[in-house]
Write a new protein. Structure first.
Length: 91
């Protein structure tokens, strides 16, 4: 759901601004231009492959609701992983 929402927001922005070829949107297009890229970017932000702060800064051109959605994903993913790992080692 998170990947679909962010991909949709990015493609809507690029369509509205006719920004598919603009250099300032290259990182946004590379990381969220397709569903596969969005899912990979979200996985990398959760697992430490990319710093989530850098990705959040990249999303600054999107509305605040999309940035909040990304923060919600990071918070949920990190707390879920921490609780599962803790539960495995405590039991």
């Amino acid at each position: 759901i998170f990947g679909i929402s962010l991909t949709n927001a990015v493609t809507d922005l690029l369509n509205a601004e006719k920004g598919w070829a603009k250099e300032e949107h290259k990182d946004l297009l590379d990381n969220f231009g397709t569903l596969e890229a969005s899912i990979l970017t979200l996985y990398m932000s959760m697992s430490g492959g990319q710093d989530w702060g850098d990705i959040y800064a990249m999303l600054s051109v999107l509305p605040i609701t999309n940035r909040f959605l990304f923060l919600l994903f990071v918070s949920f993913a990190l707390f879920a992983v921490v609780n599962i790992v803790t539960g495995i080692f405590v039991d």
